[in-house]
Design a protein around this ligand. Structure first.
Ligand code: 13P
Ligand code: SF4
Length: 367
């Protein structure tokens, strides 16, 4: 199949995908998957819609999907059902001949957008002036390829919610202090679990370009970038209190992107993989309130109907960007591919990819 560039593809979803029946779209997807066979690999993050996840060859959390992208060398096309930074990671970890496709380019991540390369350079210069060569940068994989490259270039690494503890422990042996990007909550929750007190943490505000701290500078061990996930910040201590009062037998399990207060009040916290495994092993009849994205919570509730599984926040909305990938865009992407068009390919610049790979490999070696 000769591949045309994405420029030859139409930019917005053609109307007929909206009017076509669900059954027709599913049948088309199945037929293309079958025709492409092992040339195509569909990866799906746990937060994806059910209508999409049913077609994923492999589902996983950020770490598992990064490992799969690194390990799968035979697939010519990796169609990533997730968000932009995940597709970038897959592109960096795959071979140059493998092509990574994101079915909808609007599937970004507001947290990743909270740390730009220019802001990070400015922060680094200011922090180097303050602390000298005592800082190692770590970035949550929920960041752009440029931020990963920055970490790679400066001796640092990436982390995921599955291996953050291991990576923070490693980083604190390498240097006196860490700059943790872009999620302050994952950084704070992880460092706290490792025995770093809240007083030993400061916050870098990229808008004001200043360090928020009341601690003497020489006591600071972790500098948290002032970023957050707008989905996970919607879980509150009040919601937990409500469950404790009205249903004390309900166990609370949350993702570490939630605030420190919420994580402290919860019974368990961990990555999407950890949440899935914990609920799988839970006793039949047990009750759970889950603090993570709605698609995953609803799926878990359906899969484990012998347990009572609800969202910690009953009015919770799903991650809007994750939900950009729907059956229509999946069908459109695959039909374009079948027609020889690489639709929305994700290609990280070579130099950026080289340094970002350093950061990713430092994590994958230890994951
Ligand atoms: P993981 O638990 O898969 O690391 O992901 C959380 C998340 O927010 C992905 O965007
Ligand atoms: Fe980004 Fe949060 Fe959505 Fe994950 S859930 S993609 S961190 S906005």
């Amino acid at each position: 199949m000769s591949l045309l560039t994405a420029f030859q593809a139409k930019k917005t979803l053609p109307d007929h995908y909206r009017t076509m029946s669900i059954g027709e779209k599913e049948a088309r997807i199945r037929a293309i998957k079958q025709a492409l066979g092992s040339r195509l690999l569909i990866l799906g993050h746990h937060y994806q819609r059910d209508e999409v996840i049913q077609f994923a060859d492999i589902t996983g959390d950020s770490l598992q999907l990064a490992q799969e992208a690194a390990a799968t060398k035979n697939a010519e096309f990796i169609l990533f059902c997730g968000v932009h930074f995940m597709a970038e990671t897959a592109d960096i970890l795959s071979t140059p001949s493998q092509k990574v496709i994101l079915p909808d380019l609007r599937a970004g991540c507001s947290m990743a957008d909270m740390a730009t390369a220019a802001q990070t350079e400015r922060a680094w210069n200011a922090l180097q002036q303050q602390f000298g060569d005592t800082i190692i940068p770590l970035t949550y994989v929920n960041s752009t390829a440029e931020i990963k490259a920055f970490c790679g270039l400066n001796g640092g690494a990436t982390v995921t919610s599955s291996n953050a503890k291991k990576m923070v422990e490693w980083a604190l042996k390498e240097k006196q202090r860490i700059l943790f990007l872009p999620d302050q909550h994952l950084g704070r929750n992880t460092a706290y679990d490792l025995g770093v007190s809240l007083k030993e943490m400061a916050i870098w505000d990229p808008i004001k370009e200043e360090l928020e701290t009341e601690t003497p500078m020489d006591k600071i061990k972790v500098i948290l970038w002032k970023g957050h996930c707008s989905v996970h910040e919607k879980f509150t201590v009040e919601q937990i209190k409500e469950f404790r009062q009205t249903s004390p037998e309900t166990k609370i399990i949350v993702h570490p992107e939630c605030t420190h207060e919420v994580v402290q009040q919860a019974d368990y916290n961990g990555s999407t993989h950890f949440i899935i495994e914990t609920l799988k092993k839970a006793d039949s009849g047990s009750k759970w309130a889950v603090g993570t994205e709605m698609n995953l919570v609803n799926r878990l509730a359906k899969e484990h109907s012998d347990k009572e599984i609800v969202s910690l926040n009953p009015t919770m909305c799903p991650c809007l960007t994750m939900n950009r990938i729907d059956l229509d865009h999946l069908c459109w992407s695959l039909e374009q591919l079948e027609a020889g068009v690489l639709h929305h390919p994700i290609c990280v610049k070579k130099e950026t990819a080289t340094y970002a790979l350093l950061a990713l490999n430092r994590m994958l070696e230890r994951a």
